[in-house]
Ligand binder design. Structure first.
Ligand SMILES: CSCC[C@H](NC(C)=O)C(=O)O
Ligand SMILES: [Zn+2]
Ligand SMILES: [Zn+2]
Length: 470
């Protein structure tokens, strides 16, 4: 009986299923298509919102790039106005400090929940080096974005990108209601490209700086061609040298000893030999770029000018050459000075020299101003982990081949790294057609979000001795 009922019931079910199937299918199709349309709508709206947001971020970046802060007459006033407007939009406390008239420094602050712990400083400079307009594809202060998303401007890599990435990262963190434990300061300083003496130099030795109680600082690094980010824990030291030669003037046809140019050319010959030896160490892979001392002739001045050009048959009585020297941290500075005195610019060849900038690789306590760049330094571990969290990777720690404002900070005993989250781009800082791709710029904002979160959330160590250091 049961056996019989079973197929009968089953048949009925079979009958019902089939008769309702078209309705069920229609309902399912309706449900799936409604869900798809709704989620498409939501995704589309999300995508559109993200696109709009990115467009606004890029507009702000390009606006900053359009302010011409190139030496010798940087428009600091407009840069300050722009940065203050950003600070008020984002909700950061702001101050303008002017240690030297006409050279303002913007200091922004995001107060942490515990103001007794040391704070974090993110530094960047507002000035840029000059650009030769006629040698660029686009006006260096128009910040043109091409079809590939490359933004061309003086400062696109060095370093208005970093200033804006700091600000955009904070803007994002604030919109996500993140609250820092440690106070975060941002300094936007003038005059880095001309030595930083009137900018970061004056700032770091000011009582205002002392009151900030900074425990750690970040400043610019260097863009990398590969996909890893470069990080720097020390710097070479700048010597900007001018050698002047004198000698008896004479007829252009005469061969005689001791002309100004003969005296100077001998220096150039010896300097070039030194340069070649240092460069060969780099070319052979024996040393890294920043582990040797570089010397480059940056200008030559000689001859007797007239409105029609230089006089051709007169050997001049004066000649001058300028050199950019970068002293490696481990260089024997005394020996370098001896070479300069005895070989490159000896008085016996009627040569004199002056420095417009001369810094040694040692800090005031006679120590190399290097920040520990390994896992024994919690600030390094935090940076490494934050970069990884953002999907990036740090390269091996290096010495910065040029100079940044961070040297002033390191010289007062505060640790710091040179780091810019910029990759996959040829290095064009100080070159023609400096550019940064919009995608690379946006990616770096995410990296700073993780870094800022990690640094400003880093709790103070429990023991008072380490606490004083961190
Ligand atoms: C000596 S202060 C000049 C600073 C500049 N910094 C960079 C990163 O270009 C430089 O090294 O030439
Ligand atoms: Zn720079
Ligand atoms: Zn620079």
């Amino acid at each position: 009986m049961e056996n019989k009922m079973y197929p009968r019931r089953s048949r009925r079910l079979f009958f019902f299923s089939w008769s309702f199937l078209p309705v069920l299918v229609a309902l399912a199709v309706l449900f799936i298509s409604t869900a798809a349309v709704l989620s498409y709508g939501t995704n589309k709206r999300g995508e559109e919102e993200e696109e709009e947001e990115h467009a606004a971020v890029l507009r702000r970046f390009r606006h900053y790039l359009q302010i011409n802060t190139a030496h010798p007459s940087p428009d600091y006033k407009s840069a300050v106005e722009f940065l203050l407007s950003q600070a008020s939009e984002i909700g950061l406390d702001s101050r303008v400090l002017e240690f030297v008239e006409g050279k303002p420094l913007v200091l922004l602050t995001w107060k942490g929940k515990d103001p007794t712990i040391s704070s974090i400083l993110l530094n960047s400079h507002t000035d840029v080096v000059p650009a030769e307009r006629e040698k660029w594809l686009h006006d260096p202060f128009a910040a043109v974005q091409d079809a590939e998303g490359n933004i061309f401007a003086r400062g696109a890599q060095d370093m208005k990108c970093v200033s804006m990435q700091y600000l955009e990262a904070i803007r994002n963190l604030k919109s996500k209601s993140f609250q820092p434990l440690r106070t975060l300061h941002l300094s936007f300083v003038p005059d880095e490209e001309v030595g930083g003496i009137d900018g970061a130099g004056k700032f770091v030795s000011s009582p205002e700086f002392q009151k900030l109680n900074i425990g750690f600082s970040l400043d610019e690094g260097i863009i990398s061609l590969g996909d890893t980010y470069r990080v720097f824990n020390g710097e070479r030291s700048p010597w900007w040298l001018k050698i002047k030669a004198t000698g008896a003037p004479g007829h252009g046809s005469k061969l005689y000893d001791g002309s100004a140019l003969e005296n100077l050319l001998k220096s150039l010959e010896l300097i070039n030999k030194f340069r070649e030896e240092q460069f060969n160490l780099v070319k052979s892979g024996e040393k890294a770029e920043a582990e040797v001392t570089s010397i480059n002739c940056v200008y030559l001045k000689a001859g007797t000018p007239t409105p029609m050009g230089f006089v051709m048959n007169l050997q001049p009585s004066e000649a001058e050459a300028g050199f950019d020297i970068r002293v490696a941290p481990q260089e024997d500075v005394k020996e370098l000075q001896r070479i300069l005195d005895e070989e490159w610019a000896p008085a016996s060849r009627n040569l004199t020299y002056t420095f417009s900038l001369k810094e040694n690789p040692l800090d005031k306590d006679g120590q190399l101003a290097l920040t520990v760049g390994d896992d024994s330094n919690p600030w390094f571990v935090l940076l490494k982990e934050a970069v990884a969290k953002a999907g990036g990777k740090l390269d091996k720690v290096e010495i910065f081949p040029a100079v940044t404002d961070l040297r002033y900070v390191r010289h007062v005993g505060i640790p710091g790294f040179g780091f810019s989250p910029l990759a996959n781009t040829p290095l064009l800082a100080h070159g023609h057609n400096e550019f940064l791709n919009a995608g690379e710029f946006l990616k770096g904002i995410g990296v700073y979000e993780e870094i800022i979160k990690a640094y400003t959330s880093f709790p103070p160590p429990a023991d008072s001795e380490t606490r004083a250091e961190l």
